[in-house]
Design a protein around this ligand. Structure first.
Ligand SMILES: *Cc1c(COP(=O)(O)O)cnc(C)c1O
Length: 376
């Protein structure tokens, strides 16, 4: 990065991602595969860089949310298996076949369309079937009164001529939340998942080669649910409550710099809406980061950032491209000083709590204006 442009950047530690990958991998049962979730530009860390690392480190699978994300990886030399978690219109079957991309299939009608399209192209589309065991999002309905119908639809799907059924999976709704109710819900989802698989395998006389359900929450709290492959995202990036407990390392550090420092008399209002007024003579720094970079405006007046010599309270409304911090008691912070918005010195969760959201959203929110700088 050109030093003259030093405004705001995200330092990504590839060694920390590698460390996290190896630490998670070390806790898996023998033979369990590892799928790294790199959707949403690898939670803001850069999908190509993270995928290259995972490919080299020996991960088994990658997952993205849509075809464009998968193509970006293929165009950048990623040759390992890639699963699309979301929907791809069947018109794109040719592209999926040509680029060797695995598609999620979440309903019988779609399975038929993919099979028909693949047949016309003389190919067989590799798919993973998704079951809706309680997330109520994508997936074959199979809970409660839908069990029998679900199994029938799955039997019809696995018998379609032009699909290669490589895997079956489901997604947990509360595997990362504490409490007995949540634990019971996750266990019920898991039981339904394995019951449906058992019924389809028995009645269809087939086997699903890869059964998977463990997202980060389950990898941490329900290791017995690893089955044939785990599917962590957040954990790989070292964030979330469990990350620290497992000795995982945060991989992104969002950094900005002090552009200007000014002194204000007591009673001076600061920023749009005049939502902060100085109560004393104040040494106020202007930072080159705002909500267009991914710092939520909802954090205004509620957070502090790590600066040389301590933590600076953010003051006044966060603007699109700037925000202000009180540096009165921080004489070691000067124009040009680095300010850590989140990272090892300043917990992302404090920021996500202030923004009434979860760490996931803030990682994804770091916008494309913010250059990623990779530490090897
Ligand atoms: C995003 C996603 C994951 C990863 O979730 P984490 O909580 O980040 O581990 C796993 N599976 C599916 C289907 C997802 O959409």
């Amino acid at each position: 990065m050109n030093d003259l442009q030093k405004r705001t950047w995200a330092e990504i530690s590839l060694p920390n991602i590698r460390h996290n990958y190896e630490a998670i991998r070390a806790g898996l049962p023998a033979g369990c595969r590892f799928l790294g979730v790199v959707k949403a530009d690898a939670y803001g860390h850069g999908a190509v860089a993270v995928s290259r690392l995972l490919q080299e480190a020996g991960a088994d699978y990658l997952a993205v949310s849509c075809l464009d994300e998968a193509l970006e990886l293929r165009e950048n030399g990623i040759s390992m298996p890639i699963l699309i978690l979301g929907h791809t219109p069947p018109e794109y079957t040719e592209m999926l076949l040509e680029k060797h991309i695995t598609q999620t299939v979440s309903a019988l009608a779609k399975a038929r369309e993919y099979s028909e399209a693949a047949g016309k192209l003389g190919g067989k589309l590799k798919i993973h079937i998704k079951l809706d065991t309680g997330m109520s999002r994508l997936g074959f309905l199979c809970a409660g009164s839908y069990f029998e119908k679900g199994v029938e639809n799955l039997l019809e799907t696995v018998a379609l001529p032009n699909l290669e059924i490589e895997g079956v999976y489901t997604h947990f709704a509360v595997s990362d939340e504490p409490g007995e109710d949540c634990e019971a819900y996750t266990r019920a989802q898991f039981k339904l998942f394995t019951d449906v698989i058992e019924a389809v395998e028995r009645r269809g006389g087939m086997r699903f080669p890869i059964r998977h359900c463990a997202n980060s929450g389950a990898v941490v709290s329900f290791p017995e649910m690893a089955l044939d492959m785990v599917r962590p995202g957040l954990l790989l990036y070292g964030y979330g409550d469990a990350g620290g407990r497992l000795g995982l390392r945060p991989c992104m550090r969002l950094v900005t710099t002090v552009s200007t420092i000014k002194y204000y008399e007591p009673g001076t209002s600061v920023s749009y809406g005049r939502r902060f007024t100085t109560g004393r003579r104040t040494r106020m720094g202007v930072l080159g980061i705002g909500y267009a970079d991914g710092l939520p405006r909802l954090c205004s007046n509620k957070v502090s950032f790590a600066v040389p010599g301590g933590f600076a309270l953010q003051r006044g409304s966060i603007c699109m491209d700037m925000c202000m911090v009180d540096l009165t008691d921080l004489p070691d912070t000067h124009v040009g000083s680095e300010v850590e918005i989140f990272g090892p010195a300043n917990d992302l969760c404090a920021l996500s709590d202030a923004a009434q959201t979860i760490p996931y959203e803030l990682l994804c929110a770091v916008s494309k204006r913010v250059p990623r700088v990779y530490a090897e």
